[in-house]
Design a protein around this ligand. Structure first.
Ligand SMILES: NC(=O)c1ccc[n+]([C@@H]2O[C@H](COP(=O)([O-])OP(=O)(O)OC[C@H]3O[C@@H](n4cnc5c(N)ncnc54)[C@H](O)[C@@H]3O)[C@@H](O)[C@H]2O)c1
Length: 373
């Protein structure tokens, strides 16, 4: 419900290509945008309890103006929802509503709902139309774009899933006003990540303008649009992650190990916070390997600290396992071939690269030096 026109970012994947619309007021215009692209279809909305309380009413009203009265499937909030049990619930809900293959599954929520609903859309009737309406910052800048969907296994995160691209992504920047600040900050880590990978001017812009991004308004929409452009570029180059797309994992090797080491306890560490610490560590580690200047590592740490994100292992509440144990979490997450690990390292801000031959002994020494215990 705003006069400001949304920004459109195209994901160039040929016949699987789609638009990401970014701006305020998109939830109430959702019916129009969806029926323009997928006319006359029925829909199911998958959401979680928090998002339903904050945003579902607006979406339903926005769909109603175009005659869409969706079936609604509301799940508990949180990472544990990315499970077989909840996948079954979504699949059953879609089938119970008698939706056909050409009908639409709409994900209204953060990355958890997007990943789960996308997976359901990918497998019900061998692949239904899918629309992402991401409501967390992390989902708007990362998980809603690129078609990776899935659930977790007790053996690890995101191990079960399919690539299934959405037909449309509606990133309503206004819905972020109801997102808890800690979740906003966690998503900000993924936003800053694009600057650190290969957009140094964007990182410098964030250093100068982050307060406006947090406050909302045009700076927030512009930052999200830039992140979506960055992600869309990578996805268009490498849809199935056989090469470059791995750069998006900057900070994730250390981050995933810290998430596993804290047993995915969101009270201690949420995903984006793990990525923040992981990015700071990746820069510090690159400096230790004489690949990058320590000044760049200091710059990254200073920015994360300024926005209120954790940036070192000592910022995680409670005790961490020792360096050896942390290395074993990293080794579990990665293929270790002859004692070497694959990492995303950097030559400086905006100069990340894939390093396939990092000696495990170097990682261990670095973890021991930086361990708070
Ligand atoms: N598919 C991909 O490419 C990809 C990329 C990155 C992350 N992910 C996945 O994304 C997930 C993390 O996503 P997330 O950080 O969005 O977590 P999330 O979906 O759990 O959302 C975070 C919290 O914020 C709440 N919330 C979301 N939007 C809200 C709003 N507008 N108002 C009020 N509350 C709101 C949710 O209910 C939840 O409690 C992880 O499972 C991760 O594996 C996937």
């Amino acid at each position: 419900m705003s006069a400001i026109a949304p920004v459109t970012v195209e994901v160039g994947l040929g016949e699987r290509g789609y638009d990401i619309l970014i701006g305020p007021g998109l939830l109430s215009g959702a019916g129009q945008e969806i029926s323009r692209r997928l006319p006359g279809r029925r829909a199911a909305v998958v959401t979680d309890e928090n998002v339903a309380a904050a945003q579902l009413g607006t979406l339903k009203a926005g769909l109603k103006t175009s005659g869409i009265q969706p079936a609604v499937i509301t799940l508990p909030a949180g990472e544990k929802t990315k499970s077989f049990a909840h996948l079954e619930e979504v699949v059953d809900g879609v089938l119970a509503a008698k939706l056909e293959r050409g009908d639409i599954v709409i994900a209204l929520g953060g990355g958890v709902i997007g990943d789960l609903a996308g997976f359901a859309a990918g497998i019900v009737r061998r692949g239904m139309n899918f629309v992402q309406i991401p409501t967390s910052l992390l989902a708007q800048v990362d998980s809603s774009v690129g078609g990776k969907t899935g659930i977790n296994s007790p053996r690890g995160k995101n191990l079960i899933g399919v690539f299934h691209q959405p037909k449309l992504v509606l990133a309503d920047t206004g819905v972020l006003d109801t997102l808890p600040i800690r979740e906003f900050r966690a998503g900000y880590a993924e936003l800053a990540k694009y600057g650190l990978i290969d957009r140094p001017a964007f990182f410098a812009w964030l250093e100068a303008n982050w307060q406006d991004v947090f406050a909302g308004g045009p700076a927030r929409a512009e930052a999200i649009a830039e992140a979506c452009r960055a992600k869309a570029d990578v996805v268009a180059r490498d849809e199935f992650e056989t090469g470059d797309r791995a750069l998006l994992n900057l900070g994730h090797t250390f981050g995933h190990a810290l998430e596993a080491a804290t047993h995915y306890d969101g009270a201690r560490l949420v995903h984006g916070e793990g990525v923040a610490i992981g990015m700071a560590l990746a820069h510090r580690f690159s400096a230790r390997l004489n690949l990058a200047s320590p000044d760049d590592a200091g710059r990254v740490e200073a920015h994360l600290r300024a926005v209120g994100l954790p940036w070192r292992m000592a910022d995680i509440p409670g005790e961490l396992p020792d360096a050896e144990a942390l290395l074993s979490y990293i080794a579990q997450d990665k293929k270790v071939s002859r004692g070497a690990l694959t990492f995303i390292l950097t030559r400086g801000v905006g100069q990340a690269f894939i390093a396939r031959d990092v000696p495990a002994s170097e990682v261990l020494g670095f973890l021991a030096e930086n361990h708070p215990g």
